[in-house]
Design a protein around this ligand. Sequence first.
Ligand SMILES: *[C@@H]1O[C@H](CO)[C@@H](O)[C@H](O)[C@H]1NC(C)=O
Ligand SMILES: *[C@@H]1O[C@H](CO)[C@@H](O)[C@H](O)[C@H]1NC(C)=O
Ligand SMILES: *[C@@H]1O[C@H](CO)[C@@H](O)[C@H](O)[C@H]1NC(C)=O
Ligand SMILES: *[C@@H]1O[C@H](CO)[C@@H](O)[C@H](O)[C@H]1NC(C)=O
Ligand SMILES: *[C@@H]1O[C@H](CO)[C@@H](O)[C@H](O)[C@H]1NC(C)=O
Ligand SMILES: *[C@@H]1O[C@H](CO)[C@@H](O)[C@H](O)[C@H]1NC(C)=O
Ligand SMILES: *[C@@H]1O[C@H](CO)[C@@H](O)[C@H](O)[C@H]1NC(C)=O
Ligand SMILES: *[C@@H]1O[C@H](CO)[C@@H](O)[C@H](O)[C@H]1NC(C)=O
Ligand SMILES: *[C@@H]1O[C@H](CO)[C@@H](O)[C@H](O)[C@H]1NC(C)=O
Ligand SMILES: *[C@@H]1O[C@H](CO)[C@@H](O)[C@H](O)[C@H]1NC(C)=O
Ligand SMILES: *[C@@H]1O[C@H](CO)[C@@H](O)[C@H](O)[C@H]1NC(C)=O
Ligand SMILES: *[C@@H]1O[C@H](CO)[C@@H](O)[C@H](O)[C@H]1NC(C)=O
Length: 616
Amino acid sequence: MRQTGSQMLSLWALALVWLVWGSPTFCGSTPGPDASAKNACYRKTCGNINYDIREAVCCENRLHSGAGLSCCGGEPFNPAKATCCTERDGHPKPKTALTLGLSQKVSDCCGLNAFNPLNEICCESTVVPKPVPKAECCGKEAIDVDKQMCCGKNRTILTRKSIHHQCCGSQQFNTTSHCCSPINGSLQILEKSNSSGFANKSDPVDVNKQMRCSPSENPTILCCGLKQYNTKTHCCCVMNDTLMIHPWASSCCKNDSGVQKQQPEPQSNCTELQTSLCGSSCYNPNEFRCCERNQTKSKWCCGPDRCDAAPTVYNPHTQVCCDGCVSERKPWMDQCCGETPYGLAERGVLCCNNTLYKDREDGEECSEISVPYNPTKWTTCCSQFHATPGQHCCGTEVYRPHIEMCCDGHRHPKENMQCCGVKAYNISNHQMKCCAGTLYNLTSLGTDIHTARCCGSLLQKAQDVCCSHEDKELLYSAKTRFRCCGHLYYNTSLWSCCADKLSPLHQPGHHQNKMILSLNNLNETDLCKEMLIGTVDSVSLHSIVFRSVLKIHGRTMIPLPSPHILKKPDRCNFPKLIHGKTYFFNEVNVFTDFNHDSILQSFHFITSKCSQVTSC
Ligand SMILES: *[C@@H]1O[C@H](CO)[C@@H](O)[C@H](O)[C@H]1NC(C)=O
Ligand SMILES: *[C@@H]1O[C@H](CO)[C@@H](O)[C@H](O)[C@H]1NC(C)=O
Ligand SMILES: *[C@@H]1O[C@H](CO)[C@@H](O)[C@H](O)[C@H]1NC(C)=O
Ligand SMILES: *[C@@H]1O[C@H](CO)[C@@H](O)[C@H](O)[C@H]1NC(C)=O
Ligand SMILES: *[C@@H]1O[C@H](CO)[C@@H](O)[C@H](O)[C@H]1NC(C)=O
Ligand SMILES: *[C@@H]1O[C@H](CO)[C@@H](O)[C@H](O)[C@H]1NC(C)=O
Ligand SMILES: *[C@@H]1O[C@H](CO)[C@@H](O)[C@H](O)[C@H]1NC(C)=O
Ligand SMILES: *[C@@H]1O[C@H](CO)[C@@H](O)[C@H](O)[C@H]1NC(C)=O
Ligand SMILES: *[C@@H]1O[C@H](CO)[C@@H](O)[C@H](O)[C@H]1NC(C)=O
Ligand SMILES: *[C@@H]1O[C@H](CO)[C@@H](O)[C@H](O)[C@H]1NC(C)=O
Ligand SMILES: *[C@@H]1O[C@H](CO)[C@@H](O)[C@H](O)[C@H]1NC(C)=O
Ligand SMILES: *[C@@H]1O[C@H](CO)[C@@H](O)[C@H](O)[C@H]1NC(C)=O
């Protein structure tokens, strides 16, 4: 109740004042203090300009128009075709740099340079090509961890003698016969039988600091240098550059240099049924809760509340527990509104997003921004209130659907157009191409309308490669000896690809991957040819079973008998199809529609595009 009470009151008072003074033509501001703070319907302000975050980006108070943009430093960029790397370097203003030609969705940063972690590795802020898929850094170099090891402070690269070898300083040793121990300030390799206090089965955990050497395989007994210690009572820490065993309470254990960080949980002596400890007594957590504030087990525990105060015991006959807070119970109370109890029998109460409003008029509802309003007097569109009830909304504005169309919250004149994101275009106009919600004017970009292709929301250039997967299309700068595997772009000397799955390359492997193609990239001739659509029922190595298959040809649609079986020419050379999903396909390819969210929208697109094709 604490804070919510006053919050509720001020909100209510403001809403009331607004209802009294709000003039019918007003729609520039909104009732309630919360409304303007909300990022309602993708609207934000940049400086003092109001904009749609899907159409522009605001970088350091400057507005840049363009869909899908983010900021890198003060500059706009498209994360679908570039990566922004940031380095703080102790400066208050971090350094940023942009790497073009690599989408942020598949990259990592190495200092200020972006790289593709599939084919490259970042070693001490330098991007190096991976020698093998399972590579690690050793200093500035990348090594093959199966064949090499990186030892000592000087990061010496050694050829691994066996899988049983580990580093001891800058040398390697055979863990089956030897162990490594800090003696008199330096690491030495000792024969196991010689080192008294060590068990046979020493299993170095971190050979520079400690090793497991318990003869009884008791995990709580560890080695600290040449001595064993019990982790329940002591820690192994570094003091004066030597490993020392100290009680947990000592400053050495509390210091950062402590080797073993966490003191193990004390074990309770509770029984099998009463497994948990509350205060000093055991209880069964299936029956009771522990009300920590009273150190008592009880069925009536309320909390923790918003201030993280521990659960407290309450009396269910005289008190109510709402959202962790205890309040006095009235006989009619049967609901909680956030932390506030109330009753449905009370007149004029309205609970909007966990805030209780009282003395509301009949017929009031919660608006989208969770402020009460009367729908017979107002239309609320994305946090904007309009004094004309019963209207349709388009973004923050009302619109008239018989003369206007609404594309993702933006109004356009209705001229038999189609939406592409927030824009509208004439689907018969070949100059315009819609790529996943981003509209391109091919003529003004100087792109050939016959070869223009989409890759996700981007328009693909001749020197680019588009790799696609079930629900993703990603653009890459073309490289020699690289190929697509699903949406990933890989180095063929490291990986092989089979049915959208990468595996480390052991011998010259198959590099086959047929991708799911985008319906949007078919020209009208191909789009309007005969095509099938069906839902995947079953996938085997050699074929795919579809159900509910329709043959579509331009504007005609004919149901085919189920099941429909499609033979796979080659197990690897076929995209991975997901059971239960619906695909367009012909004998050669499988297509999906990256542009539209529903099959109905896809059908609408095809039939609109193929309006000229006469049915057979
Ligand atoms: C590490 O390299 C430094 C200088 O390169 C050398 O002085 C030092 O002895 C080396 N330490 C080890 C453990 O090899
Ligand atoms: C490691 O030690 C074991 C046991 O002594 C021995 O069998 C094995 O050959 C040694 N491995 C190497 C590579 O020296
Ligand atoms: C460690 O050094 C001390 C004194 O320098 C010496 O007595 C002892 O033998 C050394 N221990 C080992 C294991 O070398
Ligand atoms: C192990 O002990 C034997 C005999 O005590 C000795 O000859 C050998 O040098 C010792 N080996 C190591 C690695 O300390
Ligand atoms: C090593 O193991 C053997 C047999 O398991 C045992 O006889 C010997 O005492 C062990 N040595 C040490 C130092 O624990
Ligand atoms: C650590 O070294 C300091 C001075 O070098 C000495 O006074 C202190 O006793 C040493 N501590 C331990 C635990 O040996
Ligand atoms: C903790 O360790 C650091 C060096 O590692 C040392 O400077 C500091 O005095 C130590 N603090 C305590 C409480 O031992
Ligand atoms: C439980 O603890 C809270 C807070 O300390 C106290 O107000 C309350 O009276 C206690 N309840 C019982 C049943 O002891
Ligand atoms: C409801 O309240 C929560 C917490 O105050 C807030 O995060 C959320 O956005 C609100 N939801 C709506 C629809 O206003
Ligand atoms: C759409 O484009 C087609 C072909 O360019 C044209 O015939 C038609 O009039 C256009 N429709 C509208 C509403 O602009
Ligand atoms: C596309 O761009 C061309 C050239 O800039 C322009 O003439 C044409 O009107 C534009 N088309 C649309 C639909 O905006
Ligand atoms: C459509 O694309 C196919 C290849 O996919 C091509 O053979 C055909 O000529 C194209 N048709 C038109 C009208 O561009």
